[in-house]
Design a protein around this ligand. Structure first.
Ligand code: HEM
Ligand code: HEM
Length: 190
């Protein structure tokens, strides 16, 4: 499979970046909205896409390990390089932490998890009141819930910084960082 070069990113890097980016943004915004508005009809969809994204996230993490991170397009200050690296790490860790914590909260909370109707973990109804569920492990379910909420807020901050960085490269530095992630062959100043 073709690897990234400094002037051109591979199809795998580009496809995985944009598939995961769109799914992450939609899942984060829809998650916040449905939890706030208590739109329970959306929960099975959120969980299904949240489980599906794991496939792309796993491929992406394996691809990063094999390919390394993309080289810089221009000469940037140490601070800029450090900030970009920290944000990329936060984003990639977020893509792993969010599905794992969501799964913990739902499965161990006794609510069950299905993938577009296919039952992955059955709900655990309360024998005294079958409308209610009993947690399988209340402590871990609560930890998952807490991590999921914290992760969602951290992700919004990290994606905002990431977007500002991408726009700064494009509009102020006028370099090829954003165009390269959109598939273009670019000039590198190194
Ligand atoms: C990358 C994947 C995911 C992202 C980005 C994401 C994002 C979010 C966000 C930001 C919230 C709102 C949090 C809050 O206000 O407490 C949320 C809520 C929720 N998520 Fe996820 N989620 C993902 C995957 C999952 C998975 C895999 C499951 C379960 C299998 C899940 C189950 C839930 C549930 C049940 C809620 C509602 C929590 C409540 O009612 O307080 N999520 N999600
Ligand atoms: C808001 C829209 C987005 C834009 C315009 C954008 C743009 C970019 C650009 C231009 C790069 C290349 C940086 C470089 O060459 O050093 C990049 C890399 C990266 N982006 Fe995004 N991005 C967006 C959303 C996201 C989201 C939502 C995530 C994950 C949650 C994400 C995760 C990453 C990661 C981890 C990298 C490092 C390279 C890689 O793993 O592919 N991006 N992004």
């Amino acid at each position: 499979m073709r690897l990234d070069t400094p002037t051109r990113l591979s199809g795998s890097t580009i496809a995985l970046h944009w598939i995961v980016a769109v799914m992450m943004i939609v899942l984060t915004l829809s998650g916040l909205y449905m939890a706030q508005a208590k739109l329970y009809a959306l929960y099975p969809w959120h969980k299904s896409f949240g489980v599906l994204i794991v496939l792309f996230v796993a491929l992406r993490v394996l691809w990063r390990i094999r390919n390394g991170w993309p080289a810089h397009v221009g000469r940037y200050t140490q601070i800029e390089q450090w900030l970009a690296r920290v944000v990329h790490w936060l984003l990639i860790v977020g893509t792993v932490l969010m599905p794992v914590s969501g799964f913990m909260m739902s499965a161990l909370g006794g609510h069950g998890v299905s993938l577009f109707g296919l039952e992955l973990v059955a709900p655990n109804p309360d024998p005294a009141d079958p409308q209610q569920v009993v947690p399988i492990n209340a402590l871990l379910a609560q930890l998952g819930h807490w991590l999921h909420g914290l992760g969602g807020n951290l992700l919004i901050g990290a994606v905002a910084l990431h977007l500002v960085g991408a726009l700064k490269h494009h509009l102020i530095d006028r370099d090829g960082t954003l165009r390269r992630m959109l598939g273009a062959e670019v000039q590198v100043d190194s």
